[in-house]
Design a binder for this molecule. Structure first.
Ligand SMILES: [Zn+2]
Length: 265
């Protein structure tokens, strides 16, 4: 039951993230006008907005003008659904899950806008930073113990204090700033700000792990893309998606990764 609920929630949120990914880079509002066909402009009916299902019912075409709809929208909804489901299976129900799902939603938007436009937008990073700080502050002095019969669950969100957030912010942003200076291009201002904002969510220790992992992943994928001649040495490969994927891996498995790393040394 929980699984179905979380998955459907993921599909619905994924549908909203599609809107953000498409409209924010165009400087359009994410609430107005209501969803419409990109081709004929007709407003979508409630049934057209049902995630994934509507795509198959309409056979991938607009109800009005029959223009093909990119399967990417349904794909994004499914991706978000599965990410939500997987996160739930790792974390379980509780505030910790709520925090994780908000975090993932921001990461998905950043990843796809950066992939499409080589841009990480301030109007995504700013709310992400504010929400991260608020979650840390709001949950700071609460223990959120829930008792059900003889069982009690702690729903503590492991809040970071101001100092941890501040150090995380400057360590993440500062490190990428230095690398951008030294490498002379390849790393954009958006990547620097993104790394700083992640510090507010993760603290400096986990943020360092994120950046290390992002460089490893980016390096491996870059070499593969060049070796398979999909990209040439001169092509620009956005770094934001690697930071986002690493942030998600560290969010779920950071402690395990550190334990494994220190057991090797
Ligand atoms: Zn249409």
């Amino acid at each position: 039951m929980d699984f179905a609920f979380i998955f459907i929630l993921g599909l619905l949120i994924g549908s909203f993230l599609n809107v953000c990914i498409y409209r924010l880079p165009q400087n359009e509002s994410i609430v107005f006008p209501p969803s419409h066909c990109m081709s004929c402009g007709n407003e979508l009916k409630v049934l057209d907005l049902v995630p994934v299902l509507s795509y198959f019912v309409l056979q991938g075409k607009c109800r009005f003008c029959k223009t093909s709809i990119s399967p990417r929208y349904a794909g994004m909804e499914l991706l978000t659904g599965f990410l939500f489901l997987f996160t739930y299976s790792q974390i379980g129900l509780g505030l910790q899950l709520l925090k994780a799902l908000i975090f993932i939603s921001f990461l998905v938007v950043i990843t796809f806008i950066d992939y499409d436009h080589q841009l990480i937008l301030d109007k995504v990073l700013l709310p992400m930073g504010i929400v991260g700080v608020l979650i840390n502050l709001l949950f700071e002095y609460s223990d959120f113990i829930v008792t059900l019969g003889s069982l009690s669950f702690s729903l503590l969100v492991n809040p970071l204090d101001w100092l941890s957030m501040g150090i995380g912010f400057f360590v993440g942003g500062g490190l990428l700033f230095i690398i951008a200076m030294v490498s002379g291009g390849g790393m954009g201002g958006g990547d620097i700000k993104f790394a700083a904002v992640l510090g507010l969510w993760l603290g400096w220790q986990m943020n360092l792990l994120v950046l290390m992992l992002a460089f490893i992943l980016g390096g491996i994928v870059g070499v593969l893309l060049i070796a398979t001649r999909i990209k040439s040495r001169k092509d620009y490969i956005p770094f934001g998606p690697f930071i986002a994927i690493s942030a998600w891996i560290v969010y779920i498995y950071g402690i395990e990764i550190l334990q494994w790393y220190f057991s090797l040394t």
